[in-house]
Design a protein around this ligand. Structure first.
Ligand SMILES: [Zn+2]
Length: 343
């Protein structure tokens, strides 16, 4: 899979403290043997890795005025090395991606063989291992051996959504760089300014993207919110649907593939927002037991959707999972027939 380049992104891949840590490493020419870029998917970790590799190897590095200049400005983007890295075609910048959701020991063994040779041309050879948490224990242990005695001129850039999913022995070898999602209001403004989305569509897109700028841009490009509007509307008013309508909804949702996961993640976000609102409203007129019951109901709903997402990732009957979820979600509230609309 080709690396994404910075211009494909909605916003610069690194900002604030994260960017300053990376540029300080470049300035002092102290590139660690192993870096771990940690943060949720779709916030620019791979792009930052590519920019970092370019900055370390650029043949005509631009003059840097201040240490705080954005990572993008530390490489020319036009020399042979930069262009090869941009096209994912540089023999010394290697990328490993999970295959079928795993990184196997064979892949790491093959990497070890490659690393037995000296780099072709790069001053700094980089091995980018994306979603490093997908390494099997055997693959992780094999990698650990190289991390303990890395070949000359070789640096490892690992990415992971959660630091805690990696072997502690691997973590102890890495300098961890944490990537923060862009604030929702910043992504929302960009969607309105650059993609001409109206405010409600931009708001829903931001909710769906859950902090991922790559996902936000992808959804905006597909006009996703408008094409899935019926499903969003139906899920938003699940409390008002009759049992029959919920079963029809389950049938229609079961026909969706990738979009279904996005819809359910969005539904979780909506429930989570209600949990937050409920905690803010704690001082309101409700009694303690009412508040506790209401919070318990929301947490229960969140878990119902999480369970459904888990089962949908396995080989089970999708429609049955959705039926169970939609019936359970509404089990704690009686449908209000007066406000039901067909969907
Ligand atoms: Zn260059």
């Amino acid at each position: 899979m080709a690396l994404r380049t910075a211009h494909n992104l909605l916003l610069p891949p690194v900002s604030g403290r994260t960017g300053r840590v990376l540029t300080a490493l470049l300035k002092n020419r102290q590139i660690p043997q192993a870096l771990l870029f940690a943060g949720i998917d779709g916030i620019g970790k791979s792009v930052a890795a590519s920019l970092f590799a370019k900055a370390a190897n650029c043949e005509i590095p631009p003059e840097i005025q201040t240490d705080t200049q954005a990572l993008e400005s530390w490489s020319c983007g036009e020399c042979r090395t930069c262009r090869k890295i941009d096209s994912n075609n540089h023999p010394d910048i290697l990328t490993i991606d999970p295959k079928k959701n795993q990184i196997h020991i064979e892949t790491i063994r093959s990497l070890i063989t490659t690393l037995g040779f000296t780099p072709y041309s790069a001053e700094h050879r980089f091995i980018l291992i994306r979603s490093a948490e997908k390494m099997t224990p055997a693959a992780g242990n094999a990698l650990l051996k190289i991390l303990e005695e890395p070949p000359n001129q070789t640096h490892f850039l690992l990415t992971a959504a959660k630091v805690s999913d990696l072997l502690p022995t691997i973590l102890s070898r890495c300098q961890i760089i944490r990537f923060q999602p862009w604030p929702d209001n910043v992504i929302e403004s960009h969607l309105i300014d650059q993609y001409a989305l109206d405010k409600p569509t931009a708001e829903t897109t931001v909710r769906l993207a859950a902090g991922s700028q790559v996902k936000a841009i992808d959804l905006a490009n597909k006009n996703w919110v408008n094409t899935q509007k019926w499903a969003i509307d139906a899920l938003e008013r699940i409390d008002q649907l009759t049992v029959r309508q919920r079963l029809i909804l389950a049938e229609r949702l079961a026909q969706k593939k990738n979009d279904l996961e996005t819809l359910l993640i969005w539904l979780k976000t909506v429930i989570l927002e209600k949990v937050k609102m409920q905690s803010v409203a704690m001082a309101s007129h409700q009694t303690n037991s009412q508040r506790r019951a209401s919070m318990k109901q929301l947490i229960n709903r969140y878990e119902i959707v999480e369970d459904a997402l888990y089962f949908l990732s396995t080989n089970v009957n999708r429609r049955m999972v959705l039926e169970k979820m939609l019936l359970a979600l509404a089990a704690d509230s009686a449908p209000n027939k007066s406000s039901i609309r067909e969907f």
